[in-house]
Design a protein around this ligand. Structure first.
Ligand code: ZN
Ligand code: ZN
Length: 361
């Protein structure tokens, strides 16, 4: 019988195996991330299009025109105010000049010097200019205040149309929300449609190959897939829903672990093995590879686990027992007994002739 015991390896080997298991898990996680991201990049509903469908085009055009008019008017008001400021400055200058001229006249009168004709002319022209400026200033003020009034009217009108647009926008928003929700669900479904079969495959492989030497490989694969699935589920489903999924997943895993440990305690490994070997010998199959044990009258027959009870065995029982090795896997199945030297089962604990016991590893 071949030895089944595993060599543990040096610590550096064990460390390397753990490290590469982790790296492998990260890489697998990464690759799964590519799939998920590709699906996520599928375009969802376009809000601008939906809004266009729901809004009254004339109303939007009116609002846009109003915005333009208001901007235009604001610019004009600014220009007029600037003009008004310039006129105001020149008025103040003129006023100073007139004051100075008046002062001179007063002084002249005190010293009985008459105002010359040119001085008189200057004074008159300054005064006229000042009055003209004042008039212009008043006019500009009037224009600006008219414009401001007009602007206020336009702003009110714009606010009204904006309120109406907002009202029409509500159904557009509702439709967009519904479509977005549907799109999210579709994306989640697609992602899970890819991830879940991979997860099921990983779990299956882990359970089936839990005693394989390549177990870390499958473990990395399974862990990475499980984390990715959990993240996707958490992202797309409300946390309440996620909680239930997580809990049921954990329940299944914990229950499986529990069953596994209960069975290991209830049936220690050798007992378990002997049971398995015994069942194989009963069916004349190699306990290791299930190849038929073709000895005695069964030498020219072929059967499997299912067909073993259906084949007719020729009644020639005169053939002597002999040593036998499985031609398929090379395991020793019948050997000489060390105490009675007859032929015994190599993989069962006791000799069928003398009862000598043998340890099954
Ligand atoms: Zn075999
Ligand atoms: Zn014996």
């Amino acid at each position: 019988m071949k030895s089944n015991s595993k060599s543990k390896g040096t610590w550096i080997h064990r460390f390397a195996i753990r490290l590469f298991t982790f790296v492998l898990a990260v890489l697998i996680f990464w690759v799964l991330g590519f799939f998920v991201d590709d699906i996520r990049s599928i375009h969802g509903p376009d809000y601008a299009n939906i809004e266009q469908k729901h809004l009254d085009k004339d109303l939007v055009a009116k609002r846009d025109a109003l915005v333009k008019q208001i901007a235009n008017l604001s610019r004009q008001i600014e220009n007029q105010t600037e003009k008004q400021r310039v006129v105001g400055d020149s008025s103040r200058n003129l006023q100073q000049t007139i004051n100075q001229l008046l002062e001179l006249q007063k002084l002249g009168m005190q010293k009985s010097i008459a105002f010359s004709d040119t001085e008189q002319a200057n004074f008159t022209s300054s005064l006229r200019l000042f009055l003209d400026n004042q008039k212009k200033y008043q006019e500009l003020s009037q224009t600006v205040s008219d414009m401001l009034e007009q602007k206020q009217g336009l702003v009110r009108e714009k606010e009204q149309s904006e309120q109406e647009i907002e009202k029409q926008r509500q159904p557009a928003k509702d439709e967009f929300n519904t479509l977005s929700k549907k799109h999210r669900l579709r994306i989640a479904f697609l992602q899970l449609a890819i991830l879940l079969p991979i997860l099921i495959l990983a779990v299956g492989v882990i359970i089936k190959k839990r005693s394989s030497i390549y177990f870390p490989l499958f473990l990395a694969f399974g862990a990475a897939t499980l984390i990715k699935v959990a993240l996707v589920v958490h992202e797309y489903f409300p946390s309440k829903c996620f909680k239930y999924i997580l809990i049921s997943g954990l329940l299944i895993v914990v229950a499986r672990l529990l069953i596994y440990f209960i069975r290991t305690i209830a049936f220690p490994k050798t007992q378990w093995l002997v049971k398995q070997y015994r069942e194989a010998y009963e069916r004349f199959l190699c306990p290791v590879c299930e190849y038929p044990i073709r000895i005695g009258p069964r030498r020219f027959l072929f059967w499997t686990r299912r067909t073993v009870n259906k084949i007719v065995v020729p009644g020639d029982h005169s053939v002597l027992e002999e040593k036998y090795t499985c031609p398929s896997c090379g395991c020793n199945l019948f050997e000489g007994c060390p105490s009675c030297h007859k032929i015994r089962h190599a993989m069962l604990p006791n000799c069928s002739h003398c009862g000598a016991e043998k340890e099954i590893k």
